[in-house]
Ligand binder design. Sequence first.
Ligand SMILES: [Mg+2]
Length: 356
Amino acid sequence: MPKRTILLVDMNSFFASVHQAEDPSLLNKPIIVGGTPNNKYKGKVIAASYEAKDKGVYTTMSMYEALKKCPNAIIVERDHTLYSRYSKIIMDFLRVIGPIEIASIDEAYVDITERVANGTAPIKIAKYIQEILWAKLTLGCSIGCSSTKTSAKMAADIKKPFGYVHLEQLQFCSFFHPQKLSKLHGCGKKTEEKLNKHNIYTIGDLAKADPLHLKLILGVRGEWLQKVALGKGSDNLNTIREKGDKTIGKEKTFSQPTSDSEEILDLAKKMIELLCSRLTNKNLRAGTIAIVYKKHWEEGRHSKSITLKHGTSNPEDLYSMVEKLYEENLSEIPIVLFGIRLSNFRENSFIQLTLF
Ligand SMILES: [Mg+2]
């Protein structure tokens, strides 16, 4: 597989910044999002602008503590509808740059491999994203660039706000290997404690640990975490839109990895039957058919899809496409989860009308 180039775009102090973008009189002022509708001095800090963070305010701190640290802070009530609206605008913009995977309301991976292959430097693309988001929305973001998702994510965390850090695998290793395990994305406190007991303290210790020993400590997860420590995590973006886009699907997790194509395609057939009856009930055709899968339990879902011009609700058509996707991408490969997703729906009546 050729090396991919992936950006992680992380919005800076997203909730607080959105309030500043909506009301420019709040720009460059200490903003705290939090409080309760009855009492703004109660509850916990949900978000804070950099001006408030500079005074020592952080998320999850009590409002009482926060206001002691930053008495002149402006308190704003949270507004999730507003954040979702901004998030959608940002994601729609990023989708123009390349295929994206939405990681959270204010974070997305963007695959820029194709643009880089056509001669545009990653830094140029990153700076363009930062400039446009600032010019159009008055929102800042930090961007990390690397050949895997986790490395890009960790690179983005190095410099905030408005940072851009590009780390190739070797640079990733020399930067992160001396650092503590808590800096490793995906390594929680419990895992860190477990590894510490076996004299694994730094990301570098984990990278050079005996794989079998790791497997004993962490199970199959050990293998995955060691890959991440080596800057070799997944570079496969789950580009299916989870939110806002209507999707119907079915999936199954296996208790053992399987590459038994007969078993999997049999399962696919049953899933398609169920999904097709739901399509027919709603008088819909699916324009996009995707298979989703995981090769390891800990990783995110991968997907491969086919998009049809007119869509279909015919089980046999759908099955032959699923079979094609499976044969092309997963034949002989052990997987631990398999599923089918349909999206991009059109109404049957609309299709009939366009035929005239
Ligand atoms: Mg963020």
